[in-house]
Design a protein around this ligand. Structure first.
Ligand SMILES: Nc1ncnc2c1ncn2[C@@H]1O[C@H](COP(=O)(O)OP(=O)(O)OP(=O)(O)O)[C@@H](O)[C@H]1O
Ligand SMILES: [Zn+2]
Length: 465
């Protein structure tokens, strides 16, 4: 079986066939950096990262573009409130977005285009739309004429133009030919940043930016366009309208991730129910937060809870525990290739991560049984498979990304010291000097070392609070 994806455009799961064999062009709507990212934004980040990794593991060469909307009403409002330049707000928050993606192990996009760096491409797109009769300048703005595209407008969001009302753009409503027309370009307002165009100074509309940037880097037709379900209307509907009306084929598959919610409501800056990544780091390590965010199916709604996070932490630690113990017993084993067929089939089925994780945990269980029975060949085989599967999800415990800094270098030293201490404890026990034996155990515990007796002898771990 090969990859099948749910395409919002056709409202069906379809076989994924790229435009060009062996290559995939993928565009995902990224941040409007008006504030630090919340874990809803990061859910979107890790979901498309798993898709990227699976496409690459399946042999595709992927060009992945994720934009930054670095000019926007919300950014201007924050800048005005704080009395700082608009670009300081965008740039500062974008850095925190990048750190968040990095911390959760997201591979960097091939290109991360910024809206303000693509005004010439936007002007060119507006010109094509005006020439074809799909856009008009009015009152310093430029609008898309939805009636000129009435047969198609609404196809993605499955609604008809006659049932739609104004999208409530903050632009000058009186200038529009029709209340449902949306702004491609917004005329300059005093004190706001602006760029020069043949239709007057101003700044880009959000929808136009994505059309211009996606086609610049991926071509007039490309494979996958992603974003959250919150973007289907109006953002993606308008992107399609602009690009197709201008004559571009645009995206062939539309993917939408479900939202991270709190008590059923979208986690959103404007609602004020956000959880930030640093808020979680006393409860879970970054790799465990990643496990939590990828573990639900990408299209499902996910309601944030501490207990679900705690379950994800223990589930990840089951994988990590096996990988650590198995490596101690059989030595380093590289990730196996290809990944087990059941795991591949799960991901090929519309990126079925929950099912794929079930296959991964089954291999961990088998691996633990092999460890218990001392079947080294089986341990080796399961270790390679587990690392490979975890790696596709960005969760391989031995990936350098997740290595705890310093701890690995010191491990052999501490191993030797703990072994000496345990020998002394054993000797004290043998001579029935229980006070001395307990003192050694307490001393290790005070140093933050927990000792566990296993069939292969004692193992130590750093205590976690
Ligand atoms: N709660 C969420 N769950 C999942 N994905 C989200 C969530 N919020 C935003 N996203 C996705 O993250 C990406 C970047 O979003 P963007 O910066 O436009 O956020 P936003 O919706 O304006 O956030 P906020 O409402 O907090 O201001 C988009 O693809 C968006 O769909
Ligand atoms: Zn977009």
């Amino acid at each position: 079986m090969s990859l099948r994806l749910y395409d919002t455009g056709t409202r069906s799961v379809r076989a994924f066939e790229p435009l060009e064999e062996g290559r995939v062009g993928m565009y995902v709507c990224g941040a409007t950096p008006q504030a630090s990212p919340h874990i809803g934004h990061l859910r979107s980040g890790v979901i498309y990262d798993v898709l990227l990794r699976w496409l690459r593991a399946s042999g595709y060469e992927v060009t992945f573009a994720r934009n930054v909307t670095d000019i926007d009403d919300k950014i201007l409002a924050v800048a005005a409130e704080r009395g700082v330049p608009w670009f300081a707000v965008a740039e500062g928050n974008q850095r925190v977005f990048s750190q968040g993606y990095d911390l959760l192990g997201c591979l960097p996009p091939t290109i991360e285009p910024r809206a303000t760096g693509h005004v010439p491409e936007m002007i060119a797109l507006i010109r094509r739309l005006i020439d074809k009769g799909h856009a008009y300048p009015a009152g310093g703005d430029v609008y898309f004429d939805v009636k000129s595209w009435a047969d198609h407008y609404g196809e993605l969001s499955n609604q008809r133009l006659e049932n739609m009302r104004s999208t409530g753009d903050t632009v000058n409503e009186d200038c529009k030919r029709d209340a449902r027309d949306f702004a491609l370009w917004k005329g300059a307002k005093p004190g706001e940043p602006s760029w020069e165009t043949p239709w007057g100074d101003g700044r880009p509309g959000w929808h136009l930016e994505c059309s211009a940037m996606a086609t610049k880097y991926l071509g007039p037709v490309f494979d996958i366009h992603g974003g959250g379900v919150d973007l289907i209307f109006p953002h993606h509907e308008n992107e399609i309208a602009q690009s197709r009306a201008a004559g571009d084929g645009f995206a062939r598959y539309w993917l939408h991730n479900g939202l991270l919610t709190v008590d059923g409501e979208k986690m959103s800056k404007s609602v004020g129910n956000v959880v930030l990544l640093p808020d979680l780091l006393d409860k879970a390590r970054p790799v465990e937060v990643r496990y939590y965010l990828v573990s639900a199916h990408y299209r499902s709604l996910m309601d944030y809870s501490d207990s679900a996070l705690a379950e994800a932490v223990s589930a990840y630690q089951r994988i990590e525990g096996f990988v650590t113990r198995a490596t101690e017993v059989v030595g380093a084993v590289a990730p196996a290739s290809p990944v087990p067929a059941g795991f591949a089939a799960a991901l090929d089925d519309d990126l079925g991560v929950p099912h794929a994780l079930a296959v991964l945990h089954e291999a961990v269980r088998d691996g633990n049984s092999a460890l218990a029975s001392g079947d080294r060949d089986a341990v080796r085989e399961r270790l390679g498979a587990v690392r490979a599967m975890a790696g596709v999800l960005g969760l391989d415990p031995l990936s350098p990304q997740w290595a705890r800094s310093g701890e690995d270098d010191l491990r052999p030293v501490v191993d030797a010291l703990v072994a000496v201490a345990l020998e002394q404890r054993q000797a004290a026990r043998a001579r029935k000097d229980y006070a001395a034996a307990d003192a050694i155990r307490d001393g290790l515990s005070e140093a933050g070392i927990v000792v566990e007796d296993t069939p292969q002898g004692p193992r130590w771990e750093l205590k976690r609070d």
